[in-house]
Design a binder for this molecule. Structure first.
Ligand SMILES: [Fe+2]
Length: 503
């Protein structure tokens, strides 16, 4: 029996944190399905991928549970190609991460788990094509699924499109305390700080059937942004400059790892977790997935008494232009440059969390928001110099964070040619600021062809050697779980010519 999220919350509020587990055990006992958090897959390679599940804490699993897993070439599991058993351990949140190897390239597979006398839902996943393949690929980007801001109709529609892969670009959970009066209510009583609190927050999000459907429909490639830990954190620094922040970061990173379809080898050690990674899709595309949170320098010119992002007048913050400041960290920058210089693919996607293009606001002068790349213009210039200097094949930047659909060109100088194209996806459910304020800023940003933040959704892509087709998908109403979907705008990019073209 699944408990509706609202009912769970009322139970925990009514009973208090200490009494809830015993009560829940007596009331629901073993009837609670142990696979209530769904299944997922990720990290697709030509010969292997990762399958994931996490036993629902409400099912009261033992300290260690043996979980059987099966991967089949058909959805009825008549042709099982791999199987085995993996432990779900309490110390890792009863998560199961299986690296399944020996698979065929460019094949669909189905997978499921068995534990505690129950069988999980079936997930569908796909390996990447082998080097040499130029077969088309369809994929989608999504980000920012704040629970209390909306339902996940966008995920259901994305799953219905059956993409070959999903790239999640950050803000899988929001750490905030429950706020009465929203579309839904965050679980718990405070913001997430302890490992148990982060785990409970992931469990709440993962019980959503539309999110589960999206995970079960395709392999995901994931990175994170700030809210998986704390709003606007930068490297080792909390926006509130809390001295104990690194411990909180370690707990948040562990919970994120436990809940993502990542290989066992990436298990975090203390406050460190390598998220940046590269995925080739045949010889058609390479996805360079970045982490611009863990290694970034602290923001400059923050608001008084804080260390968060800020709207800053460029002329009033000369520190902003300090060329050595980093968003990726030196090691990741080197790694990115090596990957971009590797060649051998027609398209290069840089998938990461925050808008790379400058977005200039005019409110009593020229202002930028410092929590993204505009707060680190030297770091942005280095990436763009690399793209231009190495003549990287068809570079396209993919972004999230802004809760805004954006199609824009990346230029080294405002009057220079486009050297790359950027598409930023609006949020799955998180609210955004006013469209009118954004519209007023657009005349100052001629490289931005499209920017809409008045609807939730995702971006769907189809890629061939010659062309990238882009559909900005929006749902009718994030407060309605049955919302419909439509395409708000289409763009394309032609191979050999950087820049987003409408239509
Ligand atoms: Fe967000």
């Amino acid at each position: 029996m699944l408990i509706a999220p609202q009912r769970r919350h009322l139970l925990s509020l009514a009973l208090g944190a200490g009494m809830a587990p015993a009560f829940a055990r007596g009331l629901f006992g073993s009837r609670e399905p142990c696979f209530g958090l769904g299944v997922a897959s990720g990290c697709p390679r030509p010969d292997r991928l990762v399958i994931w599940t996490r036993l629902d804490p409400d099912a009261q699993p033992e300290r260690v549970v043996a979980v059987k897993w099966e991967v089949a070439a058909d959805d009825r599991f008549r042709r099982i190609v791999q199987s085995g058993t993996a432990p779900a351990e309490a110390q890792w949140g009863h998560s199961v991460h299986v690296q399944v190897s020996g698979l065929e390239p460019a094949h669909w597979y189905w997978y499921r788990f068995t534990a505690m006398g129950q069988v999980s839902p079936t997930g569908r996943t796909r390996t990447a094509p082998a080097a040499g393949s130029l077969d088309p690929v369809s994929f989608a980007i999504a980000s920012c699924q704040r629970w209390d801001h909306g339902h996940y109709a966008a995920w259901r529609h994305l799953a219905d499109e059956s993409p070959d892969a999903v790239l999640f670009l950050g803000d899988y959970i929001y750490e905030y305390a429950p706020v009465p009066g929203g579309v839904r209510l965050h679980e718990g009583l405070t913001d997430t700080r302890t490992l148990a609190q982060y785990r409970a927050r992931y469990a709440q999000y993962k019980r959503d059937p539309d999110l589960q459907r999206a995970h079960a429909s395709a392999p995901w490639i994931v990175t994170w942004d700030d809210h998986e830990v704390q709003n606007d954190y930068a490297g080792r620094q909390s926006q509130f400059m809390s001295p104990a922040f690194l411990g909180r970061r370690a707990r948040a990173y562990q919970a994120w790892w436990e809940n993502m379809p990542l290989p066992p080898s990436t298990r975090p050690r203390g406050p460190n977790l390598q998220v940046f990674d590269r995925f080739a899709w045949g010889s058609l595309a390479r996805f360079h997935v970045l982490d611009n949170r863990q290694y970034r320098d602290a923001p400059v010119c923050p608001p008084p008494g804080r260390a968060s992002g800020n709207f800053v007048g460029i002329d009033r913050c000369p520190e902003l232009l300090e060329p050595t400041r980093t968003l990726l960290g030196a090691g990741q920058e080197r790694w990115l440059n090596q990957g971009l210089s590797a060649g051998g693919v027609r398209w290069n996607f840089i998938a990461q969390q925050t808008l790379m293009a400058p977005l200039t606001w005019r409110q009593g002068g020229e202002r930028v928001w410092t929590d993204g790349w505009s707060g680190y213009p030297g770091a942005r210039a280095r990436v763009l110099d690399t793209l231009a200097g190495l003549r990287v094949a068809n570079p396209v930047v993919l972004s999230g964070d802004l809760h805004t659909h954006v199609a824009c060109d990346l230029r080294r100088r405002p009057d220079g040619p486009a050297i790359a194209t950027e598409f930023c996806g609006t949020s799955i459910s998180s609210r955004a600021g006013s469209q009118a304020a954004l519209d007023a800023a657009l005349p100052w940003n001629p490289h931005v062809h499209y920017a809409r933040r008045d609807a939730r959704g995702y971006v769907a892509f189809r890629l061939t050697p010659q062309r990238l087709d882009v559909r900005m998908r929006v749902i009718s109403d994030a407060t309605d779980p049955a919302a419909t979907v439509k395409t708000a705008a289409t763009f394309h990019v032609e191979a050999g010519r950087a820049g987003a073209i409408r239509g």
